[in-house]
Design a protein around this ligand. Sequence first.
Ligand code: ZN
Length: 98
Amino acid sequence: MLHMLQEVFIPMSDLRFVVMRCAACGTEVNLDIELDKFQNVQRTSATPVNCPSCTIAFDSLMVSGIDSYRKFYKEVLSQKASVGFRVKPEVASQPPKS
Ligand SMILES: [Zn+2]
């Protein structure tokens, strides 16, 4: 029997959590993109600029990219627009890359 893999559609609302990985020590920081503040970090952005473990600065392009994604995510959901991402079957069936 032939099994056909189907594309997976991921709605924007399911892409709420972002993982930042420190290039120096490998610590992963999980962000809830709907929150405007990262834990108790006091700054204008909700995205941490330093690794909470080794304090090395995250790449500024990564930080600004996540800030931009947060803005886009909120705009899309506030408009109740139907936006999502279609994942190819061969990608959807693979385990996540580390
Ligand atoms: Zn680190």
